[in-house]
Design a protein around this ligand. Structure first.
Ligand code: FE2
Length: 293
């Protein structure tokens, strides 16, 4: 079975036509989705009027869910499923978060290019994000193709970075925005984890640069030199030619492969308008250092 796809970008990302995700997918459909993900890395499905249970059932059919969100103030959970990550600017009661709220400050980190859960020892495979409420302007999500970015590197850079291992932590990404208001417990929960800088994407056999704003150092390198290289690589990998920009409509479901893409949220007037998206995240098979390259 092949999905009916329409490319959204010359390098990656496609819209999938004609699926209704309210019913959990058959094994045949799951295999077709995986094949399309291996090719495109970002899939867009419009007009999917899903509730939380339906989104959860769809995600579970595709793989193993990450158990719970890694966020500050994790006890303030608006959504009923602990596995569901609340990508919104909303308070538990549905009102807009206060401008100084610690959760708002923390969530601003989503504006930095990252790969979801690269700060977990076993990081994320797919993210499955569903739009419920969209602001009138802004709030797009941009995706960058890390396989194409690898392909475009000079050979000398490929040789340099191929063996490198980075440490990733939420503490590092938030520090880039000047946020350091973590509790002692959160500091322990968000301790750095090692990840390879260059990965082999199993479904396509292609290499990708495993970049993320969660990177805080490279093993064996002086930290400023490490971060200068990571910044150079990030600038290279997020050039416009490698980026697909998704303008959301309510009921869009977008899924992406965190093993070979980065993404970031774009600004919107989050003190005036509501934006409510809900994410489920599939675990990868193992820590990147235990995966074949
Ligand atoms: Fe994300």
């Amino acid at each position: 079975m092949d999905l009916d796809t329409r490319p959204l970008h010359p390098l990656f990302a496609a819209e999938v036509i004609g699926l209704d995700l309210r019913e959990p997918p058959s094994p045949v459909l799951v295999a077709a989705i995986d094949a399309a993900m291996d090719r495109y890395a970002v899939l867009v499905l419009r007009d999917q009027d899903l509730d939380d249970d339906q989104q959860l059932a769809f995600a579970k059919a595709l793989g193993t869910l990450e158990p719970s969100a890694a966020v500050v103030d994790a006890h303030l959970q608006r959504l009923k499923h602990p596995e569901m990550v609340d990508i919104s600017n909303l308070e538990i009661d549905g009102s807009i978060l206060g401008a100084e709220d610690r959760r708002r400050m923390f969530n601003l980190g989503n504006r930095l290019w990252h790969s979801d859960s690269s700060f977990r020892s076993t990081p994320a495979k797919y993210s499955i994000l569903h739009a419920r409420v969209i602001p009138p302007h802004g709030g797009e999500t941009e995706f960058a193709d890390m396989r194409a970015a690898w392909d475009a590197l000079p050979e000398s850079t490929k040789t340099l970075i191929e063996p490198l291992v980075c440490d990733h932590s939420l503490i590092y990404s938030r520090a880039l925005l000047g946020f350091d208001a973590f509790t002692e417990q959160e500091r322990r929960d968000f301790a750095p984890v090692p990840q390879r800088l260059v990965r082999k994407h199993p479904g396509s056999g292609r290499r990708s640069i495993y970049l993320s704003s969660h990177i805080g150092t490279i093993h064996g390198w002086p930290r400023p030199e490490a971060m200068a290289l990571i910044r150079d690589l990030t600038e290279h990998a997020t050039q416009r030619e490698f980026v697909y920009r998704h303008a959301w409509r309510p009921h869009d479901l977008v899924m992406w492969d965190n093993r070979c893409t980065m993404h970031r949220a774009r600004v919107f007037d989050d003190k005036q308008y509501k934006r409510d998206l809900r994410r489920l995240t599939l675990e990868d098979s193992a820590p990147t250092l235990e995966q074949p390259v």
